[in-house]
Design a binder for this molecule. Sequence first.
Ligand SMILES: [Zn+2]
Length: 293
Amino acid sequence: MRGPAGRFAPSPTGPLHLGSLYTALASFLDARSRGENWYVRIDDLDTPRNVDGADDEILFALEAHGLVWDGSIDRQSEHLERYTSVMTELNRLGLLYYCRCSRRTLAGLSRYPGTCRACIEPLKDSATRIVTDGTTITFEDACCGTQSVLLDRDVGDFIVQRRDGIFGYQLATAVDDGEDAITSVIRGRDLLDNTSPQLWLMKILGLGAPDYAHLPVVCDHHGTKLSKQTHAPPVQSGQALHNLRTCLMLFGFSRPPPAMAVEELLQWAVSGWDRASLPDGDVAVQSDPAGPA
Ligand SMILES: [Zn+2]
């Protein structure tokens, strides 16, 4: 049995940008400040979106920023047997059905209306959905406060295996965080809505659940969210100290002492880390995130 642990789980769809470095650093500092392990898992199931070499670029950038992980790198693509056996279990519980609704049919709906619930025999060329019920999932988020979600009303029957055979994000993440005994998940607020379905899956599967902190979104000085979709520039590993200092200021640290090596700066940040004082609104970098102002 592993001890308490945090994790950073990037998708290899592009290089690390300042928004993802911010999340990685928060999760690293949080784990280290509690003397916990910190793991890196590459969430590489969505193969059409994967970019060749992006995983190596991300790992190189993490190391250059002193974010050295414990153990070996984990990859979701190596867990297919694990997900398949969970699907068998969910099927045994009578929770799965097969859906051929097109994206166009469902356009404009806030949640899936359960159209195909009666299709319980496997169908070719169909997505697999799970039947949600009236369970209320409540959890305490370290950044966003108490969250309470009524599963069938607020989430609806979600996809656990896509039409192209790829396992759904909720399923894979819940199973991996649960089976790998991750005790603390720190990630971006854009993933907050994913937490309730994941907690519900963990409950059904008898897996222990982590605690969560969903960090504010990092925007550039124009107010645009830094993400792969908005073409946020990759962090320059040669400017690791500058990038780390930028993130620490966004966490609300007072100006870090100058002239420190990367490891020293991280040590300084670990000793001053306080989850409770993380900002609760979006944060913006004041200068060009690609380099020093
Ligand atoms: Zn359907």
